[in-house]
Every structure is written in C-alpha cells, then in structure tokens.
Design a binder for this molecule. Structure first.
Ligand SMILES: NC(=O)c1ccc[n+]([C@@H]2O[C@H](COP(=O)([O-])OP(=O)(O)OC[C@H]3O[C@@H](n4cnc5c(N)ncnc54)[C@H](OP(=O)(O)O)[C@@H]3O)[C@@H](O)[C@H]2O)c1
Length: 360
C-alpha cells in the first residue's frame, strides 16, 4: 500500500515542523493519486506560510489540526493511480503541490495540455494555482529545463507581471525603480524584464551587505546599494519601489527620504518576514499589495485565454537560460533533505545565487 508522507508546519511558528505518514486513501471515482517527484524551495514558499492565514494559502492542502498546515510548492508529479478515465497512469504534471510525497487530486476542466484540480476544497482559490500543465502534451516542453521551470517560472512570471503592471501605469512618472531584496530571484526577474524595456526607469537594487557583490556581478542593476547605504539614493528623482523585502525599517527610510518623490510602492514580497512592521514614515496611500495571480487573471480576461501564458513563458525561458550563468540548483532527496532545505531557506541561509530542488 502507498504511504503519503507530509511535511507539516505550525502556522504560527514556521520553525516548528514534523513529518506525518499515513496510508493513501482509497480513490473515489474521478480521483487520481500523484507522486510528487520534486519541487523547488525559495523564500516565496516561506511567504506562503507567513501570509497563509491572510491570503488563504493554508486552504490548498488542509490538514485536520487547525494549528497546522502544509506549505504549497511548485513542482512536477506523476500519476501513479487513476480512477479518472481521461488521466492515464504515467501522466506528468507541472503545478502547485503540497510539501508531501503524494497528493490526491480530482482532475477537472481537462484540455489537451492542461487540467485543473477540481477538489471541492479548492473551488474558491485562485485559478492560476488550481491549473496544471500536462507536460507530455506541451509542444514546448523541455525536460532539460524542468528544474528551472519549478524554481524560476513562478517567480519570473511574477516579474513579468510586475513590469507589465508598471508599464501599464507609465511607471508612475518615475525616473528610478528601487528594488529592496534585489538578490531575490523575483527581483532579478524584474531586472531582466526592465532591461528589455527601453522606456523603463533606472534600476537601483537594495540588498544586504553579504549579497551586494553577488548582485553587482549580475550587471542587471544600474546601481546596487546595501541597506545601510540608503542615504546614497538620489531623493530628488521621482521613484517607484518594487519591494520584495516587506522590511518596515527599509521602506520607512525610503519613504521618508523620497517624500513626494515616492510615486508608488508595490508590496510584492516579505523576504524579511520578521521585520514586517510598517512604521509612521511608511506612505500607505501610495502603496499597494501586488498579487501576481490577480494580475494574470485580469490579463486573461483582457487578452483572452492563453495569451498571457505565451508571453510569460517566452520571457521566462529567455531569462531562465540567462540565469544559468549565475544560478546553482542544489538537488537533494529524502525526508532529511526536505527538512534541511526548509530550515536553510527559512533562516535565509541559502546563498542568493542558489536554489533548492528537493523531493521525498
Ligand atoms: N506578490 C506575488 O504575487 C509574489 C509572487 C512571487 C513571489 N513573491 C514574493 O517575492 C519574494 C521573493 O521570493 P523569491 O522566491 O524570489 O526569493 P529568493 O530568491 O529565495 O530570495 C532570497 C533573498 O531574500 C532575502 N532573504 C530570504 N530569506 C531571508 C531571511 N530569513 N532573512 C533575511 N533576508 C532573507 C535575501 O535577500 P536580500 O539580502 O537581498 O534582502 C535573499 O538573498 C517572496 O516574499 C515571495 O513571496 C510575491
């Protein structure tokens, strides 16, 4: 009998974790059992836990204990048992999976190269997360890029959305775009996207002192400053802030220095999840949370189904190939490997030029 191993975290303390093993349940009509082959772990997954309660991330893969949850991850999985007439054994899926060895899904909305998980508990969740690629039927599928796809596609697709959003708003008249947590992959993706846009403003990366030289080496930012060099920012130039850090101190200092020249702040991430209190200098009225799945849904309605995906996929592929110059993927498998990668990412110990791909 197949056993399912799940990595469980305490919702209010992501450092408290345990492994849970249980027998796979009998499949109902229309259900399949997917074996999660491997998945990526970056700060993005920590954020799913940090904002899990607020944005519903705990609802994808619920567990019985109210206090606990399973973190969603981007990965590949293979169908190893099927009670669905149109989803065969051996089908390989790319998409949103639990940090677990297996997951039961209820495929719905089947198309040649996509399907959704139609499980009732996922009905109200953003469609972007409920949709899976049936990779064997994808004309552009490239098995050599699987790891880059799970590490970088969700992040660079977000970067693409952010640039699209700012372009749509004529960059709010800014002459500089300042990006805190510039070493994060989502920020680097923004830098790739901005470098393709002749009308984009000058790009200033803000990062921790330990990551400064790695960010400079990328040659994607016009200038790179450490967090203790914020006073070197030119406050006389109108600016937008694309924030990955969620760091209240950093944002407060930037907003105070820029004043009326702070045209717009997009709150994208919270890599500095333990420094998230916004102080009195934070300008709320010109700051807005950015939610990539919402932007993708908006574009799907405006551009028609699939159009956004084609553009985002092209961008991701190009940027992912370029990222091979600096990104090291750390592959590892087994329960200890999963636990270890989680601890490293949670503590911010993974070097900026590395990313984890793990599996059970
Ligand atoms: N809104 C959306 O729709 C959306 C979509 C995708 C991603 N995001 C968000 O974008 C952010 C970046 O995600 P990512 O996966 O691209 O990150 P990543 O590549 O794993 O970022 C690593 C960087 O984050 C900072 N960091 C990470 N953990 C830290 C810790 N414990 N303490 C201090 N600094 C830490 C460090 O950057 P520095 O030294 O440069 O600060 C580190 O180099 C996440 O918060 C993610 O959720 C949002």
């Amino acid at each position: 009998m197949t056993e399912i191993t799940e990595f469980i975290v305490r919702k209010d303390d992501l450092a408290k974790t345990r492994m849970q093993t249980r027998p796979a349940p009998a499949l109902k009509d229309g259900e399949v059992l997917a074996k999660v082959d491997r998945f990526a772990l970056t700060a993005n997954n920590i954020t799913y836990g940090v904002v899990g309660e607020k944005l519903g991330y705990w609802n994808f893969f619920p567990v019985t204990e109210e206090t606990d949850g399973i973190i969603p991850v981007w990965g590949f999985a293979d169908i190893i048992a099927s009670n669905h007439p149109d989803v065969p054994l051996g089908e390989r899926l790319y998409g949103y999976f639990p940090m677990a060895s297996h997951v039961v899904m209820a495929p719905s909305n089947l198309r040649e190269a996509r399907l959704s998980d139609g499980a009732p508990h996922r009905a109200g969740l953003p469609p972007v997360y409920n949709s899976y690629a049936r990779v064997n039927a994808e004309p552009h599928f490239d098995a050599d890029m699987e790891d880059e796809r799970i590490v970088l596609f969700p992040l660079y697709a977000t970067s693409f959305c952010i640039c699209d959003f700012f372009k749509d708003n004529s960059w709010f008249g800014a002459e500089q775009a300042i990006i805190p947590s510039a070493s994060s992959k989502t920020a680097i993706g923004v830098a790739y996207a901005i470098n393709r846009d002749a009308g984009a403003p000058r790009l200033v990366g803000l990062t921790s002192a330990r990551n400064k030289s790695a960010v400079e080496k990328l040659r994607l930012y016009d200038s790179v400053l450490a967090y203790d060099e914020i006073e070197n920012i030119d406050a006389n130039k109108p600016a937008v802030i694309i924030d990955m850090s969620g760091d209240g101190t950093v944002l407060g200092k930037l907003h105070k220095a820029l004043g009326a020249n702070m045209k717009f702040t997009s709150n994208v991430g919270v890599t500095h999840y333990d420094a998230n209190d916004m102080g009195p200098d934070f300008i709320r009225e010109r700051s807005q949370m950015f939610f990539a799945p919402g932007h993708i849904q908006k574009r799907a309605e405006e551009w028609g189904p699939g159009a956004f995906e084609i553009q985002a996929f092209d961008f991701w592929k190009d940027a992912a190939v370029k990222s091979r110059d600096w990104l090291t993927i750390r592959r590892s498998a087994g329960r200890d490997a999963v636990e270890n990668a989680w601890r490293e990412v949670l503590a911010g110990k993974t070097p900026a030029d590395a990313a984890w791909v793990v599996g059970f």
